[in-house]
Design a protein around this ligand. Structure first.
Ligand code: INI
Length: 155
């Protein structure tokens, strides 16, 4: 008999840290709203949620590593927006942020969700932050809950 393992989308006893960058806050604050909505719909009470703000996406991996090491959380959501049109060093910031989060997630011991948008334009970023293409913050929250439950199943 085949065995299927997957995490459920309900989690009331889950302690979550959201790390969100202030750069492009027009986008990132919408991602944050989406993430808080997603967590609330999964049954996570607001007192179990901590929000940490960083200056930009580049700082997210370092803070994520410290948060994961603290042992205080069941999972971490990272939220940021790197927009190509806004910076000549888009490639560096986006690559380091995404690579850094991926690297931390491998050793964190808890799920780390990558919710850093990398887009060509501000319009594309806003579309993904609730305007036209859903809210990636909301999706990040649902993905985190699923992953926290999946890690529980696997332990
Ligand atoms: N940070 C972002 O999160 N998004 C950007 O689009 C961006 N741009 O355009 O430069 C950005 N830069 C700041 C960077 O993340 C660091 O905060 C900064 O380099 C200080 O270390």
């Amino acid at each position: 008999m085949t065995r299927f393992i997957e995490g459920s989308l309900r989690a009331s006893a889950c302690k979550v840290c959201i790390i969100v960058s202030r750069f492009n806050s027009l986008v990132t604050e919408r991602l944050l709203e989406g993430a808080l909505d997603g967590l609330s719909r999964s049954g996570v009470p607001s007192e179990k949620i901590t929000v940490i703000r960083t200056p930009g996406s580049f700082e997210i991996p370092g803070v994520t590593a410290r948060v994961a090491k603290s042992g205080a959380y069941d999972g971490v959501i990272t939220l940021g927006a790197v927009v190509r049109g806004e910076t000549p060093h888009f490639d560096y910031v986006s690559a380091e942020a995404v690579k850094g989060v991926a690297q931390v997630s491998l050793t964190a011991g808890i799920p780390v969700i990558m919710g850093i948008l990398t887009t060509d334009t501000m319009e594309q970023a806003l579309d993904r932050a609730g305007a036209k293409a859903g809210n990636k913050g909301f999706e990040a929250a649902r993905n985190l809950i699923e992953m926290v439950n999946l890690y529980g199943e696997l332990s």
